[in-house]
Design a binder for this molecule. Structure first.
Ligand code: MCN
Length: 792
């Protein structure tokens, strides 16, 4: 590897196409397709008594109206529980179209297919559904009380319960010199990508093939799920993911009800069908995250060292559990961050409510966990009158303790082990970057001027790059151009650029000669998807391994032709040559011609290759056993466990004494994602993450009323920050390589969002002088807290 492109902060190669409007998104496809629209429940909880489609049938342009009664076999069964876990007591999932009950506003009850979307929406209005309205269950408190039960046949609303213990935390707390108890709460939010969900399907009757396009984070997941539902073989389904306008987690769910209904109808009707989600549908019928109540009991010594930590979590998983218990499981296992907790006990309940389902949103359970842990650290410092950074520092895991096993078990039963990291160095770098030691003097000066400013910090770790595997395929064309394919899908992360950077170094070719395909099951049928900050670790490693395979093959073939030992050859600028002899050798395109025994002299490369002759040894088959024609390589990367990235953020805020407005004056990040493939892209990812972290801390929340109606289901009412509210982010990188993968990479895509609520709560608390235990916090809430604490 020449190492020229790996680590280079080059601009993203995909941006020119996207910025110039040449992107191709789901809704750009499928001209001439029928349009689907969905009749959705207006009630949070109800029994369906009757569906009358009579008024719809005489509308010009109607193609079909479907209800659950039209579905048969697997289509009539509930959608799969994607990630089972032994903690799940009763895992309910939705139907493609509601069968007897609806469990949240927005749940699909019927599907209309029509000539175009206008007609389809008009017909939706004409479908009459009779409901028996049942009591709504909104929020953790109502779910716990269980005055009403969400799902028939259950005696309470507990979908899952899990306890993990390392040592005897209650005993350690009882024996500790100091103890504290805190209730810490995060409200519901959601990822709200620019482009909603969407699916377009075409049934090709001639070869019995389903061809699908979906705005998804997992092409292979959609393929497997739809094949199973439609009783097709995997080989009969192709899924292509076009450009995707953001996902942030929500598009990992598969299949969505709409995602099986659209191909089902396309096959039945023998006509293309398309559905694109509108914004209101995205609010009420996609997925949310974050809502969690966490009760922390902690015992500590005079230095603030943790002796025992007991955390109880109540997680609102919404109406169904298609994605298992990933969110509370991540909170409960990664809450400990970079610290040694002493004894640890954590128990969570995952609760059904009659609200939109909860699935991972960028950060996936970590923002809640970091909020709990870091607020606890600040509370310990306040109790002991110690510096907040000092309390953190005495609890940090040291570099010579790596790899560090927290003694916990994650989803697949494997231990959770931090592979590498230097947390004390990160803390020192952060304190230096933000000027921590100088801040008390600044705060005093500000106070003298009647201004309130405060500083906070928060630390986290993040298990990134989980398996089971990802693949890479690299191929050299006879023109010398290199085609790379991997199964992960891209929603804006810049994968085309970074995968090309990796391959450029491995193969010694210019980046401009490399094109990358993602999310196309025709090119890479075996894949998992883009989530859990796994793209760089998994597909980066896989394409590096595939390129190394291809390189070995190229050197072997060129060595044969040049009568040179492959070990004496190198590839530079797309040319294989004898080391130190630039004039010798041949282009990689020529090697690609030589790699195919069937050589037509159609193009320049083929003609050039003729000088190296054909297979001269007539006693040898043209393609050797165990070899294959073509200059290409495929490989897969499958790690034992995830690699732990980490980071620490600090923020300085100013709160307005009159209006209680919260302004962020500085936001500093020290981040460690192992070796950086492209620092520019990583910084972009961190900026985007911080923007979402700030949004979740100060602005965004899903406001449900007690009837389960979402009151702010539009961008008029859902308060998203503008660029003017997002601070400039100051970033310092640490690079502790991961020993687990060939490139030493750790993930970076979620990091920026994780400590947002914790760090801003700490800074506001420092400015105001009273505890902040619930986020997000708005000016009016800050105002009320001021009055409450002022009145004692
Ligand atoms: N990277 C790098 N060097 C590293 C680590 C990462 O150069 N050491 C680069 C990667 O190559 C990639 C980007 O940083 O281009 C993010 O990498 P990674 O952490 O591997 O994350 P993924 O590629 O798996 O992307 C998923 C992650 C997640 S989980 C969410 S949610 C998220 C995110 O990325 N959703 C996004 N970032 C997003 N960015 C955009 N624009 N849109 C989304 O929907």
């Amino acid at each position: 590897m020449t190492g020229k492109m790996f680590g280079a902060p080059i601009p993203r190669t995909e941006d020119e196409r996207l910025v110039a409007g040449r992107g191709r998104y789901l809704d750009d496809l499928g001209a001439g397709a029928y349009a689907a629209a969905f009749v959705r429940s207006p009630h949070a909880h109800a029994r369906i008594l009757d569906i009358d489609v009579g008024d719809a049938l005489d509308v010009d342009g109607l193609v079909a109206v479907y209800t659950h009664d039209d579905l048969r076999g697997p289509m009539a069964e509930p959608l799969p529980l994607l990630i089972p876990h032994p903690a799940i007591r009763d895992g309910r999932t939705p139907h493609a179209l509601a069968a007897e009950y609806v469990h949240h506003v927005g749940e699909p009850v019927a599907m209309v297919v029509a000539r175009d979307r206008y007609v389809a929406e008009d017909i939706v209005e004409r479908v009459r559904v009779d409901y028996e309205v049942l009591p709504a269950v909104v929020g953790v408190a109502a779910a716990r009380r269980a005055d009403h039960v969400v799902h028939p046949g259950m005696s309470d609303n507990v979908a899952a319960r899990l306890l993990q213990e390392v040592g005897d935390a209650p005993a350690a707390i009882a024996a500790a010199p100091h103890t504290l108890e805190l209730d810490l709460e995060i409200e519901r939010s959601a990822s709200t990508p620019m482009e909603g969900r969407g699916v377009y399907a075409r049934w090709d009757a001639a070869d019995a093939m389903l061809r699908m396009y979906s705005s998804t984070q997992t092409a292979s997941g959609v393929r497997a799920a739809v094949a199973a539902k439609l009783e097709l073989q995997l080989g009969q389904v192709e899924v292509v993911v076009p450009d995707v306008g953001g996902g942030f987690g929500v598009k990992i769910v598969h299949p969505w009800p709409e995602e099986v209904m659209v191909p089902w109808a396309a096959r039945l009707l023998g006509h293309d069908v398309k559905w694109t989600e509108d914004r209101r549908e995205h609010f009420v019928a996609a997925a949310h995250e974050r809502e969690q109540l966490q009760r922390v009991r902690v015992g500590f010594d005079d230095e603030g060292r943790l002796l025992g930590l007991d955390v109880r979590i109540w997680h609102d998983n919404g109406a169904y559990l298609p994605y298992g218990v990933i969110v509370p499981l991540v909170t409960s296992t990664q809450l400990l961050g970079p610290y040694r907790p002493g004894a640890y006990r954590v128990e969570f309940d995952s609760l059904y409510t009659t609200t939109v389902i909860v699935t991972p949103y960028r950060g996936a359970g970590r923002p809640q966990g970091v909020f709990a842990m870091e607020r606890t650290m600040d509370a310990i410092a306040a109790r002991l009158g110690l510096d907040r950074a000092r309390v953190r520092s005495v609890n940090l895991i040291q570099p010579d303790e790596m790899p560090y096993d927290q003694g916990l078990v994650f989803q697949d039963g494997r231990p959770l082990i931090y592979d590498s990291g230097d947390y004390p160095a990160a803390l020192a770098a952060l304190l230096d970057l933000v000027g921590w030691d100088d801040f008390p003097a600044q705060r005093e000066r500000a106070r003298a001027e009647g201004r309130r400013i405060g500083i906070g910090l928060a630390c986290y770790v993040e298990g990134t790059g989980p398996g089971p595997y990802e693949g890479g395929h690299v191929q050299v064309e006879t023109s010398g151009r290199v085609r790379v394919a991997t199964g992960l899908t891209s929603q804006g992360q810049g994968h085309q650029t970074i995968l090309a950077q990796i391959v450029a170094d491995e193969l010694g070719v210019p980046i401009s000669d490399i094109s990358v395909t993602t999310g196309d099951t025709r090119r890479m049928p075996y894949s998992v998807g883009t989530y859990a900050s796994r793209g760089a670790v998994m597909s980066g490693s896989a394409v590096a391994l595939a390129a190394r395979r291809l390189r070995d093959k190229a050197l072997r073939i060129a060595g044969d032709a040049l009568e040179a030992d492959p070990d004496d050859l190198e590839i530079v600028g797309g040319r294989v040559r004898v080391k130190g002899s630039p004039a010798s050798g041949m282009d990689l395109g020529t090697v690609a011609v030589l790699a195919n025994p069937l050589r037509y002299a159609f193009d320049e490369a083929s003609r050039a290759a003729t000088q190296f002759g054909g297979p001269a040894d007539f006693d040898r088959p043209p393609v050797a056993p165990d070899d294959a024609p073509g200059l290409e390589g495929t490989d897969f990367y499958s790690p034992l466990r995830c690699t732990f990235a980490s980071g620490m953020h600090a923020a300085i805020v100013e709160t307005d004494p009159e209006t209680a407005e919260i302004r962020i004056l500085r936001y500093c990040v020290v981040h460690d994602c192992g070796r950086l493939v492209n620092p520019l892209i990583v910084e972009g990812q961190i900026h985007g993450g911080v923007a979402q972290g700030v949004a979740g801390a100060l602005y965004e929340r899903m406001a449900y009323d007690s009837d389960g109606q979402l009151l702010n289901a539009s961008f008029m009412d859902f308060l998203m920050p503008y660029a003017s509210e997002v601070p400039a982010v100051e970033i310092d990188h640490l690079e502790t390589p991961s020993p687990l993968n060939p490139l030493g990479i750790k993930g970076a895509g979620e990091a920026g969002v994780i400590p947002g609520a914790a760090v801003l709560a700490a800074a506001v608390e420092d400015a105001e002088g009273f505890p902040i235990t619930r986020m997000p916090i708005s000016p009016s809430e800050l105002f009320h807290l001021r009055r409450r604490f002022a009145s004692g």
